[in-house]
Write a protein that binds this ligand. Structure first.
Ligand SMILES: Nc1ncnc2c1ncn2[C@@H]1O[C@H](COP(=O)(O)OP(=O)(O)OP(=O)(O)O)[C@@H](O)[C@H]1O
Length: 317
C-alpha cells in the first residue's frame, strides 16, 4: 500500500472531448508531478474544467486517457484517499454547520470526527466550526470546499479555480497551504484563467487554449520566454526611423509612431543598444525606457488572447 501523502503522476494522454460540434479538448497531453504545484492555465472556455472532469471520471473522453499513477479514476482502488478534488464552488446545505458538512462526507471517505476538526483547523475555519454555512462568505466556502477535499488526506489534489472569491489575504493563505501540501510530496494541480493569480504558487505551468496544449514547462522556463522591450522617443522622427532601419530593427517594432511623433517601442532590443546607436548617429533622444514584461503578458501572448476576445465555441455554452 502506498504511504499517505505520496503523490502520483497525473498524465493526460492524447485526450479529446467533443460536445456536438464543439471540440472542448483536442488531442491534449501533459503531466503533473508529485511534490510540485502545477498551474493548469488557459482563458475561459479553453477546456480546463472538461479536462479535470475527465480526470475525475465525471465525463467520458471521446478518445485518449487521463490517468493517476497509470490508472483512470474509475480504476483506483481507494479514490477518495488518492485524489481530493474541488471542481467548482461546491454547493453546501445552508442550514448545516461547517463541522456537520464535513461529517456528512466523512463516512464516504472513511474518516472520523477528529479528522473533520483537523481539516477545519488546516483551512483556518476551526473558530467557526459550529456556524451555519448559509452565513459564510465565498472565501469561507472556498476554504470549506478545500477542507472537504483534504478529508481523506489524499496524495493528489485537483482544484478548479481555488483562488476565486478569495481576498488578497486569502490568496496568500491558499498559496502557503498549497506550497506546504506539495512540500509534503503531494501532487497539486490548480486551474486558473489568470496566471498572475497563481504565479507565486506554482512550480510548473501547463497552458492550453482552444482545447490544445500551447506550453508546458517550469515557471522559470516560462519567465525566460518573456520578451523585453524598449520605448524610444526622439524629437527627430526622421532620424529615429533611419536608426531603426539601419539597425535592422524594422521587424521588431511593436508600436510605431516614428513618422508622426518620433516614438517607437522595440521588442527584443536592449535599451543600452539603442542608446549606443543613437549616440553614434548623433540622434537626440528624449526618452529611453526599458519595459518590464510581466509573466501575464507572456501568458496572453501564448494563448493569443485579446481583451474581450471570445474563444471559438464558447458561445455554445
Ligand atoms: N456539457 C457541455 N456541453 C456542451 N459544451 C460544453 C459542455 N461543457 C463544456 N463545453 C464547451 O467546451 C468548451 C470548454 O469548456 P470548459 O468549461 O472545459 O473550459 P474552461 O477552460 O474550464 O473555461 P472556464 O474557465 O470558463 O471554466 C467551451 O467551449 C464550452 O462551451
Amino acid at each position: 500500500m502506498s504511504r499517505l501523502h505520496e503523490g502520483a503522476e497525473l498524465a493526460v494522454d492524447h485526450l479529446t472531448k467533443t460536445f456536438g460540434a464543439v471540440r472542448a479538448v483536442d488531442d491534449l497531453s501533459f503531466t503533473a508531478r508529485p511534490g510540485r504545484v502545477t498551474g493548469f492555465l488557459g482563458p475561459n472556455g479553453a477546456g480546463k474544467t472538461t479536462t479535470l472532469r475527465i480526470l475525475l471520471g465525471l465525463v467520458r473522453a471521446t478518445s485518449g486517457r487521463a490517468t493517476i499513477s497509470g490508472r483512470t479514476y474509475g480504476e483506483l482502488v481507494r479514490p477518495t484517499r488518492t485524489v481530493g478534488a474541488a471542481l467548482e464552488a461546491a454547493s453546501f446545505h445552508p442550514g448545516r454547520t461547517a463541522l456537520d458538512h464535513l461529517r456528512v462526507y466523512a463516512p464516504q471517505v472513511g474518516v472520523d470526527d477528529r479528522r473533520c476538526s483537523e481539516v477545519l483547523e488546516l483551512v483556518g475555519l476551526d473558530a467557526v466550526a459550529g456556524r451555519r454555512v448559509g452565513g459564510f462568505s465565498l472565501g469561507m466556502r472556498q476554504r470549506l470546499g478545500l477542507a472537504t477535499t483534504l478529508l481523506g488526506d489524499p496524495g493528489v489534489l485537483v482544484l478548479d479555480e481555488p483562488a476565486n472569491g478569495l481576498d488578497p489575504e486569502g490568496i496568500a493563505w491558499l498559496r502557503a497551504l498549497l506550497r506546504h501540501l506539495a512540500g509534503e510530496g503531494r501532487t497539486v494541480l490548480v486551474s486558473s484563467h489568470v496566471l498572475s493569480e497563481v504565479q507565486q504558487t506554482v512550480d510548473d505551468v501547463v497552458i492550453i487554449a482552444r482545447g490544445t496544449l500551447v506550453h508546458q514547462s517550469s515557471l522559470a522556463e516560462l519567465a525566460a520566454l518573456a520578451e523585453p522591450s524598449v520605448r524610444v522617443v526622439s524629437p527627430d522622427a526622421r532620424g529615429l526611423a533611419d536608426l531603426i532601419e539601419s539597425a535592422g530593427w524594422a521587424d521588431r517594432v511593436a508600436e510605431d509612431g516614428t513618422a508622426s511623433t518620433g516614438t517607437a517601442v522595440l521588442r527584443r532590443v536592449a535599451a543600452a543598444e539603442v542608446g549606443a546607436r543613437a549616440f553614434a548617429a548623433g540622434l537626440e533622444i528624449h526618452e529611453l525606457s526599458a519595459r518590464e514584461v510581466g509573466l501575464e503578458d507572456t501568458f496572453l501572448r501564448l494563448v493569443d488572447e485579446r481583451p474581450g476576445h471570445v474563444q471559438a465555441g464558447e458561445e455554445a455554452r
